[in-house]
Design a binder for this molecule. Sequence first.
Ligand SMILES: [Zn+2]
Length: 195
Amino acid sequence: MNIIIDPGHGGTEKGAVYGLNGIGVMEKDLNLILASQLYVRLMKHFSRTALIRNNDIRIPMRKRCNTINNKKWDLCISLHCNASASEDYSANGFEVLHYPFSTGRILSHYIFTSMTSSVRNIIKPRALVSNDQKAILKTRPTSCIVECGFMSNCDDMANLMQPRTQMIIVHSITKGILNYCGDLVGNKLHEKFNT
Ligand SMILES: [Zn+2]
C-alpha cells in the first residue's frame, strides 16, 4: 500500500497564527513538523510514502487534490492544527475528519481510537467529524484530516509545541493507520463496522 501525507497550508497560506510566550507560531510550520515525523515513521511500513510538501511553499488546493488523486495512492492523511472560529479559547482537543459514508470514515475511527488511548492525558479527544465540504476528503484515496489540537487554547498550544507531545501524536496516528491496514488486509473491517 502507498500513502501520501498532506501537511496543511504553506507559504503565504499560514493557517492559524497564535503567540506562545511572545513568539508567533504559524500552523503551517507546526503541520510540517508533525507531517515530517509521520513520514519518517510511515516510510518503514509502506511501499511508497510521500509528503505533498517538505518545505514552506504554497500549493493551491486544486493542485494538492490532483496530486492526491494520482492512482498510485491508497491512503491520504492531512495534518492540521485547529483554532476556534468564535474566539472561544476554551475549545480544545483533537479531531479526525472524514467524508460521510466513506472508507475514510473507518480509517478515521482507527486513528481517533488510537489517539484517544495515547494522547488523551495531554490533549483530549474532541470529535470524529463527518464533513462533506473539505476538498481533501473528497479525493479518491481513503482520506482523513487530523486536527491535532487547538492553537487557540493555551494548554493545547503549549502541548503542541512540545517535542514529546509531537512524538506521541505521531506515534498514535501511525498506530491507528497500521491497525486499519492490518484489519483491511485481514478482511476484518466489515466485522467491526458492518460494512
Ligand atoms: Zn489548517
